[in-house]
Design a protein around this ligand. Structure first.
Ligand SMILES: [Cu+2]
Length: 151
């Protein structure tokens, strides 16, 4: 079952949308589609390599260019994809995101393992030693321990 994801949801591919948040809130599987909706000639879509995604300089590292205003891109392979808008300033302004596309038979839909609830080991020496002494001594020893530990 492939899914079609509209990039940025109802806001579309636009300035002022946080695409990092958008991309992290979805799971992408091989065979899914991304749809970029935007005003033609105002924005565009470049699929790029990670370095280009990070630098926002699309002189090289470009894997695909789209500018129809309604681009449907199939995620054909299980790998990382990076997309930017290559209109001056837009990529640096936030029109970029990266996604991880998984194999369709991956175990992402299996229930998660129950979280290990065992308490962390007690490594706080001050609280261990404080329990053995009466109130005043406890206070005094604690001050001493903290002085030793932190000064
Ligand atoms: Cu743009």
């Amino acid at each position: 079952m492939c899914e079609v994801f509209v990039v940025g949801d109802e806001d579309g591919w636009n300035s002022g949308t946080n695409f990092a948040t958008w991309s992290q809130s979805h799971n992408f599987t091989k065979g899914d589609f991304l749809v970029f909706n935007y005003a033609k000639n105002v924005h565009n879509v470049y699929e790029v390599i990670e370095e280009t995604y990070r630098s926002c300089e699309a002189k090289n590292g470009v894997l695909g260019e789209y500018d129809s205003g309604n681009d449907k891109i199939e995620l054909k392979e299980a790998r990382n994809y990076w997309f930017i808008c290559n209109v001056a300033g837009h990529c640096l302004g936030g029109m970029r995101f990266g996604i991880v596309v998984k194999e369709s038979n991956s175990s992402t839909h299996l229930p998660l393992n129950p979280i290990d609830q065992s308490p962390p080991p007690n490594t706080n020496h001050a609280s261990i030693c404080c329990g053995r002494f009466p109130m005043w001594w406890t206070f005094f020893i604690c001050i001493l321990s903290f002085n030793v530990l932190f000064y």
